[in-house]
Design a protein around this ligand. Sequence first.
Ligand code: ADP
Length: 349
Amino acid sequence: MSNTPTLMLFFISIFLLGGWLIERRNRRLYSKRIAQKMGNQIEQIILEISQELEPLYDDLKIRPKDFDLLHLGQHVPIGELKAKEYRLWNSHLALLKKTILRQHQLHQYLRQMARRKEEELRAFNYTVSHDLKTPLNNALYFMDLSLLRMSDHPDPELVSYLDQTKGLLNEIRDMIDSIAAYAYADNVAMSIQTVDLLTLLQKITRQIKQSNYHYAKCEVHIEQTIPPVAADPLLIRQALTNILSNAFKFSKYQAAPLIRILAKEKEQNLELCIQDNGAGIPPEGIHKIFELFQSAHSRSAFEGSGAGLAIVKRILERHKGQIWVESGGLDRGSSFYIRIPLASNPDSA
Ligand code: ADP
């Protein structure tokens, strides 16, 4: 009978140990169930975000590969999640979702603004081409008619007046076209893409050469390795055409006109130098040539509207680029430099 308390103690211990083991098993099962539930919920949130974002991938310019939330989900150690981690994940994902949706709203807003600007620009161009240019064209037409009527009995003085008036009206028409071109470069929505400048420069120089027989004798050397840039293809084409047209125009009186196009990379940008051996720029005129309707030369020697470089400057500003010029003075040629972000530059416009 002396063993009775020992036996009782033994059974109680077994009983307590058994209870503790069962409790521990239950608790483990319970926390596994909770973890599973949490994991499922997170997966659900990730799925929801992915589904909500999918139609926006194009808009936000992200590829599913860059932003694969489901893929991210596969890396969550779901079975091991604790309540605190779960809460952290949950709030992190909610914040992410909110940020991305905000960004999307901002995109939509900017797009709306761009559309509105585009409409204003169309209205402006319509006004310019119809309301201003139509009466101008009619005046030119009536002047031609008057000159034709007079051809049998010409009055030399009157013919000269009419010719001068025609010249002035043509100048006004060119100015109107220049203002419209400037407004277009200033406002049109840009589509930044990778642009192969070597091919573009070859095309432009070929076209300019063919446009005027004076230019055929001009020699053009283009550097053969030019890295691609991030630019709007149409606007950058316009900018390079304006600079190169000037290089041809202001070299046309040289015996052996030569244009050199050099390129070098500098701090994620491309620096292009367009050099000519033409008329050069007098120091007193160099500061104004990038302003609208300004020239450093007499109009009788070199025709032009004076808007080309102002347009180039605006285009480059919109690309986060730059333009500047160096010249040794009259008849010593000019070097126009432009700086534009390389296609590989992450900060390109
Ligand atoms: P435009 O050539 O129609 O006059 P631009 O805006 O293209 O107008 O150029 C402004 C002025 O800059 C020109 O009138 C000229 O005085 C000067 N310029 C531009 N390019 C050159 C060049 N390659 N050589 C000499 N002067 C130039």
